[in-house]
Design a protein around this ligand. Sequence first.
Ligand code: RET
Length: 228
Amino acid sequence: MILPLAIGFMILFTSTLAFFVMSMSYETEKRTFHHITMFVTGIAAIAYLIMAFEGGAAELTLTDGKVRTFFWVRYVDWALTTPLLLLDIGLLANAPLAHIAYVIGCDVLMIVGGLVGPLLFAANDPAKWLLFYIGCFWFLPILYAMMVEWKTTLTDKARPVYNVIANGTVVLWCAYPVMWAMCEGTGMLSDETEVILYLVLDMVAKSGLGFILLSSHDAITGVMNKDA
Ligand code: RET
């Protein structure tokens, strides 16, 4: 269990440093995307380090008596980092800040829905699943923003990289509620499998898409120049 979590920490921490170095080739006022993306991987690196030390976890007994390790610190990580990821994507799309803020609000409700169920009602299926469905409900406006609304405000320069990042994010993010259902929900997957699958998802969603975004010089400078 410790090894994959330590690997996660190392990848995320190295990505954070790499994003910082990449930011140096831009003028200070054009480093917004670098800073946001660095905070995402920086926060997640701390969460992985905590998990590697077996912190931020609780032993939960599900309805059928199965005992699982629930890493609630993941949700603290997500509550901070998914808003930042949406800020990255929304800014890339040139979406109005008020609309990005609305989507972030939905995102926080989504994460809270996933967190409080297992934490407070591990052995109370109706309560746990109801909170999960509420979380899923708040996921819908997020998907709609990325797949429809934000495509209308895009600039031509940002369009190719937006499509890669937004489509990638939609696909990856859809895997998280599925993971919730198979882990916290039903306990179908073992603790080890859960750690490894989340590792893969988190690395691609944060470090992988982060690298794609920050390597897209034209898109970044296009959006930043518009701001200036
Ligand atoms: C929960 C359960 C409630 C319903 C939904 C969920 C979605 C979670 C998502 C998490 C994304 C996390 C990321 C982490 C990056 O490393 C909270 C599991 C819809 C989309 C991108």
